[in-house]
Ligand binder design. Sequence first.
Ligand code: CAA
Length: 240
Amino acid sequence: MARIALVTGGSRGIGAAISKKLKSQGFEVAATYAGNDEAAAKFTEETGIKTYKWNVASYEESAEGIAKVEADLGPIDTVVANAGITRDAPFHKMTPEQWHQVVDTNLTGVFNTVHPIWPGMRERKFGRVIVISSINGQKGQFAQVNYAATKAGDLGIVKSLAQEGARAGITANAICPGYIATDMVMAVPEKVRESIIAQIPTGRLGEPEEIANCVAFLASDEAAFLNGSTISANGGQFFV
Ligand code: CAA
């Protein structure tokens, strides 16, 4: 029987590449999105992957949405917490609203996504939790006090879940993408983007598929002994 995977923010950017890759590996995939109905409908039409709309920042919406996915497809055994946003500003200009928006989505959103799925994984004695963190959670980033804090926090979630889930056959791992060619990075001013690319030894932005390949490995049976780890896929920009 096909494994069931949930990918949050799974209809655009890195998430879309992850959804497609997992489908190609034989998973039954549900992709969530927050707002862009048109992009989601187009994605479903092109890929045949079901999309579900909810805000990961809301626990109630997440729990309700997850229950619907499980009613439609079956128990989720692979969850990819990928949904994330930026609200970049130098710290002296960052507003409490910008702080809370990013924390609610990128950090609390991971709790909201994994928590309703976790009891079922424990009961069935199998699970794969994969969280998409960021290079900027490892190294910090100018104008990203909010984002870097959440992405570092995501690594804390993964390392703790790894210890709690191990005996129940659940692994939890993180991927820290570097700068990947998505809308999020394209929104950075061109001059800044050029200076970022100059810091990447590989000399280019990463491709969403290069992150999706890491997810496919972590989701596979072959990765059973990887638990609590962080895969840094950043073209050599930063070593931990
Ligand atoms: N390092 C040092 N100084 C920097 C800097 C940097 N990385 N980026 C900007 N600055 C400087 C500017 O040169 C400017 O200096 P001056 O005042 O001397 O001219 C100052 O900081 C910025 O001041 P501004 O008033 O112009 O700032 P602003 O309010 O207009 O904000 C910004 C501009 C939001 C910082 C914009 O430059 C920006 O978006 N920077 C990119 C931040 C970034 O890298 N975000 C990552 C997004 S991708 C992502 O997050 C995905 C992932 O996981 C990797």
